[in-house]
Design a protein around this ligand. Structure first.
Ligand SMILES: [Ca+2]
Ligand SMILES: [Ca+2]
Ligand SMILES: [Ca+2]
Ligand SMILES: [Ca+2]
Length: 331
């Protein structure tokens, strides 16, 4: 007579245990899969630009770093080469020699969207933001773009984004951007790379040559690729790695089909606005609002636009006139 009671109690305990365990086992695996990535994927709409431009140094959103990588498996067919022959260096001004004086020596021409401001707002220098040179290489499948920085740590705790801009018709309006965010690794990765396009032709504001600030715009508004979530037709479209050589502190690779054979090329280091939807930054802020890194200038020191370095653009695959907007002067 006792057995049925014992059995019933046991059954009840087992049933309760199983019921109690189930939700704990399932819920955490379902919930985090893709949702945390959403805020970092889309270029911010222009309505929210103003807050993103305020000079704060919020570290890279934790959602980006905390994203459980195990939940997304992306298969790659083709990885870029580890050893690539690179072309001629294009040099950028550096501020390392005048950093102690809290100023850039030269190389910042705000009106033509050329920045040399690897400084925080208090004019303290950040070598990992300071571009010294860049160059282009290619193999059968990929273009490679190396960025040489004065510093050696692209994983600087400020959270520095690096990018390559391509102006495919040389009108001064960037058409494509390949943008990467930390954390970076010495091995090629696509998970921290996005490719976006400017379809409505406003990266140069009204003019590809001059600052048109203050002017709203949505920059590179159309996301074509996000290696973190497998967005895009080609999972191997764009990659980044670091410490690839003393002239390649950061190196990008992207499929040649993205840019075809003719383009103007520039690079960017950005721990300031970090918003591809706000490029060109010279069209967002007036020069007075942005401030200047050059001590002799009226608007010195830096104000709203700081912690940004970029370069003059170089032409690849065509001669051009030499007068293309944002192009480097002939050397
Ligand atoms: Ca520069
Ligand atoms: Ca520089
Ligand atoms: Ca263009
Ligand atoms: Ca646009």
């Amino acid at each position: 007579m006792k057995y049925p009671i014992i059995n019933f109690s046991l059954a009840l305990i087992i049933a309760l245990s199983v019921t109690a365990c189930k939700p704990r086992a399932i819920v955490p695996h379902v919930q985090p899969t893709l949702t945390p990535a959403a805020p970092t994927l889309t270029a911010p709409p222009s309505a929210t630009l103003a807050p993103s431009l305020t000079p704060t140094f919020t570290p890279i959103p934790s959602a980006t770093i905390a994203l459980p990588t195990a939940t997304i498996t992306i298969s790659h067919l083709l990885t870029p080469a580890t050893d690539v022959k690179m072309g001629d260096l294009v040099h950028d001004a550096t501020s390392v020699d005048t950093a102690g004086e809290k100023r850039a020596p030269y190389g910042d021409s705000y009106q033509i969207n050329l920045f040399e401001r690897p400084f925080l707002q208090d004019m303290s220098y950040v070598a990992d933001l300071d571009i010294a040179s860049y160059n282009l290489g290619k193999d059968e499948k990929f273009y490679y773009v190396s960025i040489e920085l004065v510093g050696t740590n692209p994983n600087n705790s400020l959270g520095i984004n690096y990018a390559v801009e391509l102006d495919t018709d040389a009108d001064g309006f960037g058409d494509l951007v390949v943008a990467a965010h930390p954390p970076y690794s010495a091995d090629w990765t696509a998970t921290n790379v996005q490719v976006a396009q400017d379809i409505n032709h406003d990266t140069g504001g009204l003019s590809g040559e001059r600052s048109d600030a203050p002017l709203p715009g949505d920059g590179y508004e159309t996301l074509l690729f996000d290696g973190g979530i497998g967005l895009g037709d080609d999972p191997d479209l764009a990659w980044v790695r670091i410490s690839a050589g003393n002239k390649a502190t950061v190196q990008f690779a992207f499929k040649r089909a993205l840019a075809e054979d003719r383009f103007m090329l520039g690079v960017l280091a950005d721990a300031g606005p970090k918003s591809i939807a706000d490029l060109d930054y010279a069209d967002r802020f007036t020069e007075e609002e942005a401030g200047s890194p050059e001590a002799g200038e009226d608007f010195y020191p830096l104000k709203l636009l700081f912690a940004v370095d970029n370069v003059c653009r170089q032409a690849y695959g065509f001669e051009g006139t030499g007068e293309e907007p944002q192009r480097c002067p002939p050397s």
